[in-house]
Write a protein that binds this ligand. Structure first.
Ligand code: AMP
Length: 398
């Protein structure tokens, strides 16, 4: 029997939603309440090939949820709110507690709260989003889907940092990774290109403004690039990715800034933005590159090399790879960046690909490697929301 399930992604000032008809996986409507906390908040909802948008005061998440639920009734998207049989919430940090999605109840909320120091903006916002839906729909069950859960299959030598062991024992300082829901989806989708492969080895590259790479074998995460927080791993739009830890101390000493200020700089002013001095958006950097801007050129070279280094590392880690997948804003949309990255790895990994086919491809699932390539290369648009909806159905046995 068909059922309706809402996938929710609550951020500190936004709330994204997608209502599905399951198990058919049909998107009934989707949208966003943005600029929550502002008088000129934005509410946008798309359904039946129509989009409605209004600018309206959004005092808090509760107001945003009420607006959404009222819109569902007013626009006759549902006849009654009781048609919604589950709400699935994306949660960024599940720490050591969650290796799968779970019922979002008080005990889950308490654990998510205890992890706020690890993901201050995100986990706090998820709890507010959860409570807002709970207040509006008290009888509708909720599920928490964690960005970290997929990575819990890593073994100690992949998740431990070489710091005093008691920091791990006492404070749970270790690699948790992120984007797990996306990587899990990409690993599953990649199998479409691997008929007859018994133990698929996938290197999935989720490359958007936040970016991470994951090594997947037999549908399980073996290793992932983000660390204790999303600051680790490859260079990103505004984040450093992995750097020598002594840069922190030395940069503080030289600039007179404290550790907290420098941490903010590493998170929000570094990466592509920091190196290029232009933008965190690859479209701007690509444009500057075409005009011969030297900083833009070195930004691209640095970025492609950091990604290539991780792909190489995971190729070894997996004992080879069957497929490399590109996804998220850059990976799905920018043939230019895909080419930069593939050209860094193709000789070592025996990759051949269709340059002409790759360059214009945007947002569509496609194989870009040639039949003689030793490792396949594909573009797969990610879909974290459908994983959330699927988990609602699976866990609640809808
Ligand atoms: P994401 O975080 O996955 O939404 O990715 C956003 C980033 O993807 C942007 O900051 C750009 O650097 C990059 N990007 C490149 N081309 C496009 C495009 N056509 N649409 C959206 N994002 C793009």
């Amino acid at each position: 029997m068909s059922t309706k399930v809402m996938a929710v992604n609550a951020g500190s000032s936004s709330l994204k939603f997608k209502l599905y008809q399951m198990p058919e996986e049909i998107v009934i409507c989707s949208g966003i309440a943005d600029r929550i906390g502002h008088d000129d908040g934005i509410f946008k909802i798309s359904y039946d090939s129509k989009t409605k948008k209004k600018v309206i005061p959004l005092r808090d998440h509760r107001v945003a949820v009420k607006l959404l639920l009222d819109a569902l009734i007013d626009l006759q998207i549902v006849q009654s709110l009781s048609e919604i049989q589950a709400i699935g919430h994306r949660v960024v940090q599940g720490g050591k507690y969650f290796s799968d999605s779970v019922l979002f109840d008080l005990a889950t909320a308490e654990k998510i709260e205890s992890l706020i120091p690890l993901a201050p903006l995100h986990n706090h916002a998820h709890l507010i989003g959860y409570q807002a839906f709970k207040d509006a729909l008290p009888d509708t069950p909720a599920i928490a889907v964690f960005d970290t859960a997929f990575h819990q299959t890593m073994v100690a030598q992949d998740y431990l940092f070489p710091i005093p062991y008691r920091y791990f024992e006492k404070y749970d300082i270790r690699r948790y990774g992120a984007h797990g829901t996306s990587h899990q989806y990409l690993g599953l989708e990649a199998e479409e290109f691997l008929p007859g492969v018994e133990h698929p080895r996938v290197i999935s590259c989720h490359i958007g403004s936040g970016a991470s790479i994951t090594a997947i074998k037999d549908r399980k995460c073996v290793a992932t690039s983000m660390g204790l927080t999303p600051l680790g791993g490859i260079m990103m739009g505004t984040r450093t990715g992995d750097i020598d830890p002594s840069v922190m101390m030395y940069a503080c000493k030289m600039t007179g800034k404290d550790v907290y200020e420098m941490y903010q700089i590493f998170n929000h002013k570094s990466g592509m933005l920091g190196v290029s001095g232009i933008s965190n958006d690859t479209r701007d950097i690509e444009e500057a590159t075409e005009k011969g801007d030297e900083r833009a050129i070195i930004t691209n070279q640095l970025f492609a090399r950091r990604v290539a280094d991780y792909i190489g590392q995971y190729f070894v880690r997996l004992g080879g790879a069957d497929i490399i997948v590109f996804s998220a804003g850059i990976g799905e949309n920018s043939g230019y960046y895909r080419q930069l990255i593939i050209d860094e790895i193709k000789d070592a990994l025996g990759i051949t690909y269709d340059k002409e086919k790759n360059l214009p491809l945007r947002g569509e699932k496609a194989l870009i490697s040639l039949p003689d390539s030793r490792v396949k290369v594909a573009i797969i648009p990610t879909d974290e929301e459908i994983m959330i909806a699927r988990d609602c159905v699976r866990i609640l046995k809808l």
